[in-house]
Design a protein around this ligand. Sequence first.
Ligand SMILES: [Fe+2]
Ligand SMILES: [Fe+2]
Length: 148
Amino acid sequence: MLLWNEQFATGSRELDFQHQTLIDNINELETLLALPSPLPRDCDAMLSIVSFLERYAEKHFACEEHCMEYFRCPCRDQNQTAHNNFLKLFRPLKNRPTAEAFPRELVHSLHAAVKEWIEGHMLKVDSQLKPFIKGSHQETETSFLRLG
Ligand SMILES: [Fe+2]
Ligand SMILES: [Fe+2]
């Protein structure tokens, strides 16, 4: 389980909330993956979480990239490249044969990769926003940070 801690903080309540939402869903996926004999509805729930994670991450990335541009954060290019790489993690699952049974191994490895990625990325890249947001007199919770 991934637990929120202050080292992940970006200085924006909205971005931190979005990260927490990603973490909650990654943890929920972990709980379902640990079931010894998942029911069809558990498998459906796992695939729903995977698709939610991809869609939500895409929206979050757009907000965060906008925010890094706005505050001229020096790591903005690094952030964008990392986001593009994150979205590639979903490809093996999306490209699987459609008629296949529940792709447990693919979901398992996707979960491990996403969990490791998000933790490292929040610590090393997203948290670099903090001094820029903190040192700014601008309104930080501006409309571009909110997901529709
Ligand atoms: Fe990021
Ligand atoms: Fe982020």
